[in-house]
Structure formats: structure tokens, C-alpha cells
Design a protein around this ligand. Structure first.
Ligand SMILES: *Cc1c(COP(=O)(O)O)cnc(C)c1O
Length: 233
């Protein structure tokens, strides 16, 4: 591992190469640095190295670090409990992990109270026997239509998926490809509150495959910051 800045540079270089291979513009793919378990100093180092967007998967961590981190866009990427939406509604720019109407309604309510429209992604469970969270691909359209019908303070910006772990990243390609196909289908839904721009897929080990398969947000933690130590807290 290099320094945080060197790691970011390497990820950007590899992204540019992957995009070139498939004829994409690298600026279409946003690098979201996943900062869970890492302290504010390390996050600020990443921001100094050019990171504009960070992702956290726990509400408590966002609250703990929020005041110590330099100005940046925060993304909620982890499973979100309904009773915690109120703590982050005014702190995050997008919630990647919406998988139920119940959660969407709470986000809608809190967004309305703050006079904002919240951008969300629908988390799709593309590997249903292996992943816990996310809506089944075949139920995605119904969920989107329900949210559009009942949640005027939400704007649906796209889909998110977490691929199952595979020894060889190449083996997750079919999951990403299917998610991109679903994304293209869902993007056709016409509504003032649906404006697809983000396909959030790809992590440290499978980001290059995701870039080749049409991702527009990669969520990268360990390749930037090194292995996580969950005992430190
Ligand atoms: C931790 C996490 C990541 C990043 O994982 P790495 O393998 O460290 O890159 C991406 N997405 C979600 C939802 C995560 O919880």
C-alpha cells in the first residue's frame, strides 16, 4: 500500500484505463471514498488528495466525525434503520440503500420537514441467496412506482448493488451486467421525481469490472485506506 494520496491516484489511473478499454469517459465515474472505521484525520488527508465524496455505512459514525471532517459530500451507503433517518437527513447528499417503501416514507417525511428533496438510490439484491439487503430485481419497478406515488420529497437517482464476494473479480461481471440492464430499464420510467444518473456498484476488489460494466459511482474503502480494524472503534 502507498500513501492515501498514492492509492487514490492509482485508483483513478486504473479507472481511466478501464474506461478507455470500453469507450467510456472516466469523468462519468465518481470515486466515493468509503471511510467507515477511519478517523477524521485520514478522511481529511483523502480530501486534500482530491476526494469530493465519502461514504459511511453507520449513522453513528457520520455523527461522530461530521464536525471534524472538512467540507465534502457525505453518502449513506449502509443499511439504514427507519428510526435513524432523522439524524442524517440534513447531513448526507444521497442515501444509496433504500430497499423498502417503509424506509422511503420516513426519508420523505424528514426531507419534507427540512424543506428539501432527498436523492436516493434503490439497493438491488442481485445475488439473492448471498446478500441480506436490497430489493429483488423483479420487485424493483413496483417499489420505484410506489415511492414515486407516495414520496414527493424524494428524487430517485438510480440503483446501488453490492456484488457477492468472489475470489476472482471477473466472476462478478454477470451480476454487474444484470444490474446495468435493470438500471437502463428503470431509467425509462417517466416521472418528475425520477432522474437516473447514478449506478453505484464496484468496491475495492471488483471496481474495475464495475467500471467496465457501466458503474457511475465506485465505493472504495480498503484500496484507499488499507484494511479496516473493527476493534479500534
Ligand atoms: C465497506 C463498504 C464498501 C467498501 O468496501 P471495500 O472493500 O473496503 O472497498 C462499499 N460499499 C459498502 C456498502 C460498504 O459497506
Amino acid at each position: 500500500m502507498g500513501t492515501i494520496a498514492e492509492n487514490i491516484r492509482m485508483i483513478e489511473d486504473e479507472k481511466a484505463e478501464a474506461c478507455r478499454r470500453v469507450g467510456r469517459d472516466p469523468s462519468e465515474v465518481l470515486l466515493c471514498a468509503v471511510t467507515k472505521t477511519h478517523p477524521a484525520e485520514m478522511i481529511n488527508e483523502a480530501i486534500d488528495a482530491g476526494i469530493t465524496d465519502i461514504g459511511e455505512n453507520k449513522v453513528q459514525e457520520i455523527l461522530d466525525k461530521y464536525d471534524d471532517v472538512k467540507k465534502v459530500r457525505w453518502h449513506m451507503i449502509g443499511h439504514l434503520q427507519t428510526n435513524k433517518v432523522k439524524y442524517i437527513i440534513d447531513k448526507v447528499c444521497m442515501i444509496h440503500s433504500v430497499e423498502s417503501l417503509h424506509l422511503a416514507k420516513e426519508i420523505n417525511k424528514r426531507a419534507e420537514q427540512h424543506g428539501i428533496t432527498m436523492d436516493i438510490l434503490i439497493e438491488v439484491n442481485t445475488a439473492q441467496d448471498e446478500n441480506k439487503f436490497g430489493v429483488a430485481p423483479e420487485d424493483t419497478e413496483a417499489l420505484i412506482r410506489q415511492i414515486l406515488g407516495e414520496c414527493p420529497s424524494i428524487r430517485i437517482r438510480g440503483l446501488m448493488t453490492i456484488a457477492p464476494y468472489r475470489e476472482k473479480p471477473e466472476d462478478v461481471r454477470p451480476f454487474f451486467r444484470r444490474t446495468k440492464e435493470l438500471y437502463d430499464e428503470m431509467a425509462k420510467i417517466e416521472s418528475p421525481n425520477l432522474d437516473f444518473k447514478y449506478l453505484s456498484m464496484g468496491m475495492s476488489n471488483d471496481r474495475v469490472i464495475a467500471e467496465e460494466e457501466g458503474s457511475t459511482i465506485i465505493r472504495v474503502g480498503s484500496a484507499i485506506f488499507g484494511a479496516r480494524d473493527y476493534s479500534r472503534k
